[in-house]
Structures are given as C-alpha cells and as structure tokens.
Write a protein that binds this ligand. Sequence first.
Ligand SMILES: [Zn+2]
Length: 325
Amino acid sequence: MKKAIIALDVGGTKVLGALFDDEFNIIQRKKKLTKAFDGVDKILNQISKVISKLLDTAKEADMEVVAIGAGVPGVIKDGMVLFTPNLPWNHYPLAKEIEDLFKIPVVIGNDANVSLLGEWGHGIAKDTTNTVGFFVGTGVGGGLILNSKIYTGNIGLAGEIGHITLNPDGIICGCGSRGCLESYSSKTGILKYIQSQIRHGRDCLLKDEIAEDSSDYILRSSIIKDALDKGDECMTEAIEIAAKYLGVAVASSLNILNPEMVVFGGGLVEALGNDFIDKIKAYVSLYSVPHATDNCTFKLSVLGDDACLYGALTMVEDRMADQRQ
Ligand SMILES: [Zn+2]
C-alpha cells in the first residue's frame, strides 16, 4: 500500500487541507470554514471534516495516511497551542485531540514557521542552510531556518518578526506593545495609515470606499496594488513606509543572523511582487552592516498560498527522519 500524508493550513477563517502522495504530489484538496467564533469543539469538528474527506480519498486510492501535519497561527510548543490571537485556543492540546480522533500521528507548528519550512523543503529556499522568512499579509509573520533546522526558541516564540519594536513611541499594536513592524508594514498597518490621512482631509483614492464600510473595511492586496498602479499619493506613501520598516527589520535580521537568503511571502508581497522586494532591499542596504546585504539573496516565495501545506509536509518528513535516526 502506498504511503500518503495529510497537510493542513488552519487559519482564522479557513481550514485548507491537502492529501500528498509519496512523491509529494497533491492528490486532493479540501477547504472548510474554521468557524472560529463557534467555539473550540466546532473548530475541531471543522478540521476533522477536512481530514475525514482526505482520508476517504486515500482509502479509495489504496493509500495509507501515515501522518498529519498542520500549520496553525500562534505560539506552538510540543503539539500544544499555547496562545493564538485569532482562535479561542489557550494551552490547547491540538495535536493530541486530532490523534485521539484519527489514531494517526500529528505534528503541528506555527503557520509562518511552517510556510518557511515549505519554501525550504519544496520551494525557493531548497538546499539553503540559513534562511529568514517574512510573510506579509493581514499581519507580519516570520520564520528562521538556522543550520538547516527551523528555529523555534525556548517556548516556540522565535521568529515573531512582526512584533519586533521599531518605534518605542509608536502606534499600539494588537500584541499590546508599541511600534511593532506589523503596525507599519502589514495590510492592517497600511489601512491605518490611509485612514489617518483621510482624517487629515486628504483626497485618498479609497476615501469613499473606506468611509462606506467604516470599521468593517477589509483592505485587500489587489486593491492596494490597484491604488498604487493608479499613482494614488496616499497609497504610494503607505507602501514606502511599509517597505522602509520591513527594510529596517530585515537589516536587523541580517546583522543578527547573517542568513544566505531572505524569503518574502504573504498576500501583500505576492500582489506587489519583485518591485516591492527591490524597494525593501534598498532600505536593507541602508540599515545593515557592510557586506551583509551583498552576501544575501532576496527572493519571492514560489509556493504562494500552498507554502503552509508544503511546510506541513516537510515538518512530517523531518519528524519521520528524526524517528528513523
Ligand atoms: Zn506587536
């Protein structure tokens, strides 16, 4: 019987699942809403539905699912979700809950860490030894591959690049601190900047659109790209600020870790592409020590939305390799 692996990307709104065969091809995908506001049991139920469907497919194809891997938002330690901002999980033993239901070994990790693992195992960072990942979307997630291993730190907090403070007197962040990278360089930060400019009476392109939806307004990456392409001054400034703060953060990561590659992913980076990376890189060279930038390559994620799924696969492969040793 051929072996297969189930990979999951559990987000605040959606649970994505994929069934991988032993040659790393995706045999089937499955998607369900997370239903984060309906409580812990409901979320587990939604995750279970995705797994069950993929298990059915595996059975029909005469494949045996040997492990399940999942990327999850928040701080993860030994299969436990210690804390997550988007889901009602607090010291929640997610891996064990899934194992108890399906009797299949489960390994979980922070979604940004797992996405970087995906790029390292099956994407642009393949065969690198030291790589840093920046994933820019609604927030800013990060990951560190050091000496060919994901580095998660003492309690799983390592790589929280979005919450390094770049301005101690800056805007209050969702994490409770001030002036975090995420407050300037995420879509949330960009929206805050545009809103502040509208309040100051500026004629931003998105003025009417944002006013209509008020607090519920969601700034999509495609809208950011469109406003930028149309030469909107407010958006041009917001993107310049986002690139500058990302540049400062990337420069600091180069000074501390001296990686050979920095991978950029997430919805915003994917929408703006290499032009945005070039903008960030110009700031990196201003703020990093001499030679750090020249000796590092800056790359756009190649796996896009699938980075977390491929990372969950890589995590499982690594765990199985460790067990064989
Ligand atoms: Zn923060």
